[in-house]
Design a protein around this ligand. Structure first.
Ligand SMILES: Cc1cc2nc3c(=O)[nH]c(=O)nc-3n(C[C@H](O)[C@H](O)[C@H](O)COP(=O)(O)OP(=O)(O)OC[C@H]3O[C@@H](n4cnc5c(N)ncnc54)[C@H](O)[C@@H]3O)c2cc1C
Ligand SMILES: *[C@@H]1O[C@H](CO)[C@@H](O)[C@H](O)[C@H]1NC(C)=O
Ligand SMILES: *[C@@H]1O[C@H](CO)[C@@H](O)[C@H](O)[C@H]1NC(C)=O
Ligand SMILES: *[C@@H]1O[C@H](CO)[C@@H](O)[C@H](O)[C@H]1NC(C)=O
Length: 524
């Protein structure tokens, strides 16, 4: 039966090509053939689980989809337990306009964590803590205005405009449109986004009229905090980093990893706890490609590792493919070769200290004068940021500022390398507990870096290509849905919904559907 379906599909396709009939109209071949693929997804982070969720929506009940995950569902969304309380050890903060994260949280009945009242400090190697916001909003505004002038207002307008363009991706995706590479995905939102990836962040903000002081302090501090990098990073990631100036940043109560956990459940995907080691390309006589995935599974009872394998019609890689990966995947039997992306990842150390900061180091008389979040603005300072944490479930006793009497709190520090005992001692004068979490956190962002393809090979997809634009939970969700739609459109031959740049206007307006490739309505 499968064979005859394939032949008729091929025939229809051929007819469509010969008769030049738009494939979306008469030739929705295979769609009614109930030929539903078997899909494998390597990686159970927010990217892989989002893909599974949307694949289910697209292909329906009959889809068989597996998620192969080496470690825990959530990946870089993970918790660490300190003193009986859980804290975010990876991705922590969500932007209010991150529509997928907002929607998923609501849809799965999850809640937002109580916002903490943050004050911000800027620290550099020369002057120490040189700027502090106040818990009074008006005072903060006045201070910011005094130091940075109109740039304070301008950045908010600039970010609002950028977010406006960014949000176009949701319209595309809601209309079933997908992109084969990061460049086309960015271009669909705004032509200038591509340009931003080709220049450094300093140049981008300078061209937009921002002052050196603003760039060297606030933009730099933001990039060090969010990406462990400097204003030499490319402009697009710098823009995403600055999106945090908009109010209303939030996190999921109980931990952000609850989102991928809920997505996995809702997707009905089969969860296979296994380390994928090898992927083989398999070609049928008819030339159809499928993939054999080999993996190692630890037997719970005997504790020994066992090999296993499974074949998929469509395979989705939902983890960064990088040479220094903990779980390397070998790709075999690709006679025409397989060019893997080459995007290096930034090592980041997250140090949790349950302790008391050194007042002298920060030049404050009382600990309560210390800002709850301190960004550092030059690479001479050995840490990128320092901030007090509240547990993911709003438990009271460790919330907010360090306990005044004891001066203790749980502080999170980001560093580009493991600190020495002396360095830790210099910023904390006493401590009860100390934990280090090491990540290959996000790409190393440089102007003109490779923007990889979402397609590694026929029916072999790569979600984490999207991280070359910017790494964030929402970006992986967008990448995950993009790959789900792309796989679906390619499977059923909806080629008109792939790499189509015309901005989709109000639903179904024929003027903007298929003609005028590569142009926006405002240019037509
Ligand atoms: C310290 C830190 C702070 C961050 N802060 C923020 C923030 O505030 N806001 C924000 O939006 N983003 C933040 N991010 C980025 C965000 O966490 C990531 O962009 C996002 O979680 C990536 O999700 P993913 O699903 O694409 O990849 P991952 O979460 O990395 O998922 C990949 C999964 O694949 C699994 N895997 C890998 N290899 C194999 C194999 N061979 N076989 C089987 N399974 C395999 C891994 O175990 C992992 O679970 C932060 C990241 C870090 C590290
Ligand atoms: C979010 O959910 C709302 C209501 O369910 C829906 O209308 C909207 O399209 C969703 N947004 C996205 C980006 O999918
Ligand atoms: C992007 O850069 C190209 C080439 O430098 C330029 O021609 C184009 O006008 C730029 N586009 C935008 C929107 O800035
Ligand atoms: C606190 O910081 C000061 C100034 O940097 C330093 O001289 C002192 O040794 C630090 N205290 C501890 C306990 O390390």
């Amino acid at each position: 039966m499968a064979a005859s379906t394939k032949i008729s599909t091929a025939l229809k396709m051929l007819l469509c090509l010969l008769l030049f009939i738009p494939t979306n109209q008469l030739c929705a071949y295979a769609q009614d053939d109930e030929e539903i693929p078997k899909v494998g997804i390597i990686g159970g982070g927010i990217g892989g689980t989002t893909a599974a969720y949307f694949l289910r929506q697209l292909f329906g009940d009959k889809l068989k989809v597996d998620i192969l995950e080496a470690d825990k569902i959530g990946g870089r969304l993970a918790l660490i337990n300190i003193g009986g309380q859980d804290y975010e050890a990876g991705g922590a903060i969500i932007h209010p306009k991150n529509r997928y994260m907002v929607n998923f949280t609501e849809q799965f009945g999850l809640h937002r964590k109580d916002p903490s009242k943050d004050t911000l400090g800027l620290y550099n190697s020369k002057d120490g803590l040189f700027f502090k916001t106040s818990s009074w909003k008006a005072v903060t505004l006045a201070k910011l205005f005094w130091r940075y002038g109109w740039d304070v207002k301008r950045i908010q307008d600039w970010v609002a405009e950028m977010m406006g363009s960014f949000e176009r991706i949701y319209d595309y995706q809601n209309q079933g449109m997908a992109f084969t590479n990061v460049e086309d995905l960015l271009r669909s939102m705004d032509e200038s986004f591509i340009n931003y990836t080709r220049i450094n962040c300093r140049t981008m903000f300078k061209d937009a009229g921002f002052s050196d002081k603003f760039i060297d302090e606030l933009v730099m501090g933001g990039l060090r905090e969010n990406y462990g990098q400097t204003t030499d990073a490319h402009g697009f990631v710098g823009a995403v980093s600055m999106a945090g100036v908009e109010p209303g940043l939030w996190a999921v109560k109980g931990g952000n990893k609850k989102v991928p956990e809920s997505m996995l459940k809702a997707s009905g995907a089969h969860f296979n706890q296994a380390v994928v080691t090898q992927v083989f390309q398999v070609k049928s006589e008819g030339g159809t490609v499928s993939y054999e995935v080999q993996y190692l599974k630890t037997d719970a009872k005997q504790g020994e590792e066992k090999e296993g394998s499974k074949e998929y019609d469509i395979l989705i890689v939902a983890t960064p493919l990088k040479s220094e990966s903990k779980y390397q995947i070998q790709f075999e039997d690709f006679p025409s070769g397989l060019r893997l992306p080459n995007v290096p990842y930034h090592p980041l150390e997250v140090l949790f200290v349950h302790g008391r900061p050194n007042k002298t180091y920060f030049g404050v008389e009382k600990l309560e004068e210390l800002p709850s979040n301190i960004m550092t603005t030059d690479t001479e300072v050995f840490f990128n940021k320092l901030g007090i944490q509240s547990p993911v479930d709003n438990k009271e006793h460790l919330k907010g500022k360090p306990d005044q009497e004891e001066g203790y709190g749980v502080w999170k520090t980001f560093l580009n390398k493991v600190p020495t005992e002396k360095e830790v001692g210099s910023i904390f004068d006493s401590r009860k507990d100390l934990r280090l979490v090491s990540w290959k956190a996000y790409p190393e962002y440089t102007p003109n870096m490779e923007l990889p393809s979402f397609v590694l090979h026929d029916r072999l997809y790569y979600i984490n290509a999207v991280e070359a634009a910017a790494s964030a939970m929402e970006m992986s969700a967008i990448g995950g849905r993009n790959v789900a739609i792309l796989a679906y459109n390619q499977w059923f031959g909806h080629f008109d919904k792939i790499d189509e740049h015309t901005f989709p206007s109000a639903k179904g307006d024929p003027a903007f559907t298929s003609e005028g490739e590569g142009r926006r309505p405002d240019e037509l």
